[in-house]
Design a protein around this ligand. Structure first.
Ligand code: 3PG
Ligand code: MG
Length: 398
C-alpha cells in the first residue's frame, strides 16, 4: 500500500489530487455536533495543499437516496473544514456537475475544493458494477492521483472508495495508515489481559465481531441495548427492553463457547430502567433478575459499571465499541461514563472504535488524549477486527 508520504516525495505541486474523506459528521440541523472526523482528516488535506496540490475533496454524509437532498448537504462541513485548515475551502453545489467542473478548473496550486455529497448520485452506492464504474469515471476526472483517507468508509464497496482506485494511481492518506497500524495490533497478538467491551443497540451488528474475537480475548464485556438479548439467553425476563428474539439462540451458543474456551463473558448484574424512552423518564435501578415487565433498561447499573471498570483496570489491551446505555440522556449516562473513565485511567493500550463511542467520549467531556487511539470508523473498525477483507483497503493494496 503506497502512502501519502510517498506521494509527497514524488511531488504534488500543480497536480490535481482527488481525496476521499469520511466527513460524515453528526448534524443538528446545520450545526455540526462533533467535528472529530473533520479534524482527523485535516492533516492529509493540509499537507497536500501546503505542497501545492490542487485538492478536490469528496465525501458522503448520511444516507440520502441517490439524489440531492438539502438535509444532507456538505455545505456546513466545507465551512468547518476551512476553519480547521485555516484556509478557504471552496464548495461545489453538485458532485460531478457543472458547478464542480467550473470550480475545479478555476483552482490554483494549493487550493482546496469540497464536492457536494457523493450519495446525491445513484452511481456511488450502486450494486451494479457498470453504474458504479461510470460514476467513478466522472469522479476520477477531478484528479491525476487519488488519495483515500476515508477510513470510516473502507468497508463499503462504493464508487469513490473502491472503483476510483482502479482508475487512478492511488495512495492511503495518513488517517487510514494510522488506523490500520493501530487496529492491526489488535488482530495480531495483543498484550494480555485483552479486554473487549461491546455495547450499542443491536446485537446483530456485533455477532461477527464476537464470533471472531471470542478465542482471542481474556474478557468480553457486553453492555448497552445488546445486553438484553444475552440476558434473555441466560433466561432472564427483560421487560420492555430492546430484545432481538431471533438472536437469543446465537447468544446462547456464544455463552457456551466462552465457557468452553475459558473466556470470561461478562454481563451486567444490574440495570437502570425507565418506564418510557425519554430523557425525563424517572430512573430506577434493579437487578437483572428483577426487571419489571413494564420497564426498559436504558443503562447498565452502578454495580456492573464498577465490575467492568475493575476488569479494564487490570487489562493491558482494551478495545471498546458502543455505549453502555443511552448516554445522550443524563440520567442514563453513568455506565458509559464509568467505562470511558476507566479507559482514561488505565495504563492499557486502549482503542475506542465507532462513531457513537467516539462521540460519547467527547460529549461526556473526557480528554481525547486519555485514550491510545480513537478510531474514526464504526462499522469499518468492527469489520477490520472481524478479519474481513475491506474493499477500500483491498483497492489500495492492488
Ligand atoms: C459511518 O458513519 O459509519 C461511515 O461514515 C459509513 O457510513 P455508512 O454506514 O452510511 O456507509
Ligand atoms: Mg454506520
Amino acid at each position: 500500500m503506497k502512502t501519502l508520504d510517498e506521494l509527497l516525495q514524488e511531488g504534488v505541486n500543480g497536480r490535481r489530487v482527488l481525496v476521499r474523506a469520511d466527513l460524515n459528521v453528526p448534524l443538528d440541523g446545520k450545526n455540526i455536533t462533533d467535528d472529530g472526523r473533520i479534524r482527523a482528516v485535516a492533516p492529509t488535506v493540509k499537507a497536500l495543499s501546503d505542497a501545492g496540490a490542487r485538492v478536490v475533496v469528496c465525501s458522503h454524509l448520511g444516507r440520502p437516496k441517490g439524489e440531492p437532498d438539502p438535509a444532507f448537504s456538505l455545505a456546513p462541513v466545507a465551512q468547518r473544514l476551512g476553519e480547521v485548515l485555516g484556509r478557504e475551502v471552496a464548495f461545489a453545489t453538485d458532485t460531478v456537475g457543472t458547478d464542480a467542473e467550473s470550480k475545479a478548473v478555476a483552482q490554483g496550486d494549493g487550493d482546496v475544493l469540497l464536492l457536494e455529497n457523493l450519495r446525491f448520485n445513484k452511481g456511488e452506492t450502486s450494486k451494479d458494477d457498470t453504474q458504479r464504474a461510470e460514476f467513478a469515471g466522472q469522479l476520477a476526472a477531478f484528479g491525476d492521483v487519488y488519495v483515500d483517507d476515508a477510513f470510516g468508509a473502507v468497508h463499503r464497496k462504493h464508487a469513490s472508495v473502491f472503483d476510483v482506485a482502479q482508475l487512478l494511481p492511488h495512495y492511503a492518506g495518513w488517517l487510514i495508515a494510522k488506523e490500520v497500524e493501530v487496529l492491526s495490533k489488535l488482530t495480531g497478538k495483543p498484550e494480555q489481559p485483552y479486554v473487549v467491551i461491546l455495547g450499542g443497540a443491536k446485537v446483530s451488528d456485533k455477532l461477527a465481531v464476537i464470533d471472531n474475537l471470542l478465542d482471542k480475548v481474556d474478557t468480553l464485556i457486553v453492555g448497552g441495548g445488546m445486553m438484553f438479548t444475552f440476558l434473555a439467553a441466560q433466561g432472564y425476563e427483560v421487560g420492555s427492553s430492546l430484545l432481538e428474539k431471533d438472536q437469543i439462540e446465537t447468544c446462547k451458543t456464544y455463552l457456551e463457547r466462552a465457557a468452553k474456551l475459558g473466556v470470561e463473558l461478562l454481563l451486567p448484574v444490574d440495570t437502570t430502567t425507565a418506564a418510557e424512552f425519554a430523557a425525563d423518564a424517572e430512573p430506577l435501578t434493579v437487578g437483572v433478575d428483577a426487571i419489571p415487565a413494564d420497564r426498559m433498561g436504558l443503562d447498565i447499573g452502578p454495580e456492573s459499571a464498577k465490575t467492568f471498570a475493575d476488569r479494564i483496570a487490570g487489562a493491558k489491551t482494551v478495545f471498546w465499541n458502543g455505549p453502555m446505555g443511552v448516554f445522550e440522556f443524563p440520567d442514563y449516562a453513568a455506565g458509559t461514563k464509568t467505562v470511558a473513565q476507566a479507559l482514561v485511567d488505565s495504563e492499557a493500550f486502549s482503542v475506542v472504535g465507532g462513531g457513537d463511542s467516539a462521540a460519547a467520549v467527547r460529549t461526556l467531556g473526557l480528554p481525547e488524549d486519555g485514550f491510545g487511539h480513537i478510531s474514526t470508523g464504526g462499522g469499518a473498525s468492527l469489520e477490520y477486527l472481524e478479519g474481513k477483507t475491506l474493499p477500500g483497503l483491498d483497492a489500495l493494496e492492488n
